[in-house]
Every structure is written in C-alpha cells, then in structure tokens.
Design a binder for this molecule. Structure first.
Ligand SMILES: NC(=O)c1ccc[n+]([C@@H]2O[C@H](COP(=O)([O-])OP(=O)(O)OC[C@H]3O[C@@H](n4cnc5c(N)ncnc54)[C@H](O)[C@@H]3O)[C@@H](O)[C@H]2O)c1
Length: 259
C-alpha cells in the first residue's frame, strides 16, 4: 500500500516483529523508508528482512532489542547511527507483559501490576528518553508512541462477557500514562527539532471469539475490529513530513468504537 513518501528515512520500530510491528516495518519499506525491526525476538525480526521483493523502494533491517535495558537501547541507537549516519524516527511499539498479564481485576497481584507497568511503561519511557537525547544531539527526530483507545476511554466491560478476555487494569494505567508522557516529551523538547505524537488503535483482529467480535463491532461505524493495515495510513502520516507541525497529539483509529 503506497501512501506517503518516507524516502530514505531511517525508522526504528520496537517490537517490529509483532502483529502490528510487522505491518508497520513492511509499510515503511514499501513507502521508501529504511525500517529497523528491533525486537527481543531477533529471529522473528530477521525473518522479515527476507520477505520484501526486489522492486521494494525501501528495506527492512533486523536488530536485537530489550526495551527494559538502557544498554540494549543505547547499543541499538549507536549501531543504527553508525550504519546510517542518523535516525529519523522511532516507533515505541513493543508489548512486553509477564505470564500473569490479562487477569481480571480481582486476581491482579501487586507484584504483577508493578512488573507489567515497569516493563511496558518503564520501557517506553527509557526508549523515549534515550532516543530523544540522541535526536537532540543530531538536531531533531520524530517519536511515535503506541497507546490505545483504552488510554482515554472508559472500558466497555460488557463486550468481554462470556469470553475469557478482559481489558486489563494495568493496560489502562500504562496507556493513559503513555499519552501524558507524549505531551510531556513534546513540551520538554520544543525548539530542538523533536516532535512526539501518539497513535491509539482500537481493537485489532487476532482470532478473538465471535461473541466478543459481535459485541465489539456493534459499537463501530462501519467495519468494526480493524487490522494492523487499517492503522498504517495514520502511522505513515505521523512519520512523514506531511505532519511536521504536529506534536503532542494522540491520533485515534478505531472506527468510532470509543465514541
Ligand atoms: N493488538 C491490539 O489489539 C492493540 C490495540 C491497540 C494498541 N496496541 C498496541 O500496539 C503495540 C503492538 O501491539 P501488538 O498487538 O503488535 O503486540 P504483539 O505482542 O503482537 O507484538 C509485540 C512485540 O514486542 C516484542 N517485545 C516484547 N517484549 C519486548 C522487549 N522487552 N523489548 C523489545 N521487544 C519486545 C515481542 O517479541 C513482539 O514481537 C503495543 O503497544 C500495543 O499495546 C495493540
């Protein structure tokens, strides 16, 4: 899907081997950019580099990254800058969670709550902090944080009824904080050539039970649950110069679910 030009822009996507990350790195490369799929699962990221056809205007590179480690983030920044001379943008998109993540409110322990907030929100902070310092030193850069509709809307618990799914309480805490971190960073780095925005998708199709899909889709304007590709236009817009005067904003792509 060719949308906006990212010609030769170097864009790091954390969690680049995941459900949404894969689509983003392909879309960046197909629109002329150099996408660095940076993931804790290096093998999965490496597989992506072999996928694109010869006629693709950009390319995908794989990198190993743990967003909860400052050393790992700094090594990624320094390797990427050595290879390309600069980094134009980073998409904070990884999704770390521990083995108990996704339990109902009553079953979430203090330790699990803290561990999930540490890994996800703490990791997003560390990526944002280290990349923005590198961006400042190189004279500018672009940070896109992945949040969610659940950063700003009240959960509709009824859509999960009759399924083992819920909207985890940690997720609400983490994603709402990511929207506010976005505004904080945008304000803090004003005047340095750095801009910072958020993308907030609604639910993404991934084999959810029919009962959930029916209930969810009933709140939407047309399609209902979306695919990663349905979010690509908004991501490419935020990465491109077409949005160069946007900073501190949160773009929702949810087919009206949150209205
Ligand atoms: N899937 C959805 O319905 C949905 C909806 C709204 C927002 N989001 C957000 O989009 C982003 C991506 O979600 P997804 O559904 O693609 O998740 P996913 O689980 O499919 O992929 C996440 C990727 O992050 C990687 N990862 C995990 N821990 C890491 C770490 N410590 N360091 C580096 N990489 C790590 C995983 O290996 C995986 O490849 C997340 O911020 C998520 O909250 C997802």
């Amino acid at each position: 899907m060719k949308l906006l030009s990212l010609k030769e822009k170097v864009v790091v996507v954390t969690g680049g081997a995941g459900l949404i990350g894969q689509c983003f790195v392909r879309g960046i490369a197909e629109n002329g950019g150099i996408a660095v799929a940076a993931d804790i699962d290096f093998d999965a990221a490496e597989r992506l580099t072999r996928e694109l056809g010869r006629d693709c205007p950009g390319r995908i590179e794989a990198a190993r990254l743990d967003i909860t480690s400052k050393d790992s983030i700094c090594a990624l920044i320094s390797d990427t800058q050595k290879r390309h001379g600069r980094i134009d943008a980073v998409v904070n998109n990884a999704y770390p969670r521990n083995k108990n993540y996704g339990r109902k409110l009553e079953d979430v322990t203090y330790a699990d709550f803290c561990e999930n907030v540490d890994m996800h929100l703490g990791g997003y902070f560390l990526v944002a902090q280290q990349f923005c310092l590198a961006f400042k030193a190189q004279g500018g850069g672009n940070l896109v944080n992945m949040a969610s509709i659940y950063a700003t809307m009240t959960p509709r618990f009824e859509v999960y009824q009759g399924t083992p799914m819920t909207m985890p309480v940690e997720y609400a805490a983490i994603k709402s904080a990511i929207v506010q971190l976005t505004r904080y960073f945008a304000q803090y780095f004003k005047g340095t050539g750095i801009r910072v925005n958020c993308l907030s998708p609604g639910g993404i199709l991934a084999g959810q039970p029919t009962a959930f899909l029916d209930a969810y889709n009933g709140h939407c304007a047309s399609k209902g649950m979306l695919t990663p590709e349905d979010n690509l236009g908004a991501l490419l817009f935020l990465l491109s110069d077409e949005s160069k005067y946007m900073t501190g904003q949160n773009l929702l792509v949810d087919d009206g679910f949150s209205l």
